[in-house]
Design a protein. Sequence first.
Length: 269
Amino acid sequence: MNIVVVCQARLGSTRLPRKVFLPLAGKPVIARFMERVTRSRLATTVVVATTTDAVDEPLVKECTALGYEVFRGHPTDLLDRHYQVGKHYEADVVVKIPSDCPLIDPSIIDGVLSVYLANSTDVDFVSNLHPATYPDGNDVEVMTMPILETAWQRASRAFEREHTTPWFWDGNPDVRCVNVSWPTGADLSMSHRWTLDYPEDYQFINAVYNALYPQNPAFSLEDVLSLVRDRPEITALNAHLAGVNWYRNHLDELQTISVHETRQAPLEA
């Protein structure tokens, strides 16, 4: 089975411009992120999917120099970009992992993929986000190429195109969805923010890398949890942003997301 992992990335972020070029342990965020994603044992190909905008040319050059596959697609229609990557690489399965997750644990990627592979004849979409339980920033969404093509043809609302997957999981009876919960039974999705969107997020992630990477470049989710338990001052760096996600802007459109699964950023409240 050809499993293509699509890592969306760009330099034009408005809240934190050029965030994938910020330094982590001596290399750009995109390099450290790709190190972690490519440790997946089950992925066939890992692709950096960026835009056709000229501003992303340095990102293309950087990723090419690092030896990674790069695909350039639609700047704002992420559903189209993922579909075109899958089509180009003749994928059977496409996996969506955004580059704002530089603490992603490859064992979680393989865990979600294993659930898909064990049920491949009976499911179209498998993720660990609907509902989420892992610390925010361990996002894995797996979709078959046939259902991705169907979504590409049918999804019509702007947020469905921009965020790639809502057409699959937001109460669509035509899609066979499975969710993978954290086996611990815990839910840290609204309390532990490990994603990169604001300057404070970078401060947190940089502190984690400085503490863990020199001793163990392949540090795990459990290592990060132990670190933040022992050093609460690191968690405090972006604690005020815990629970902030894109859902907050579309509560009137999303059928399956409640107000308890998102919150406004302090500056937006």
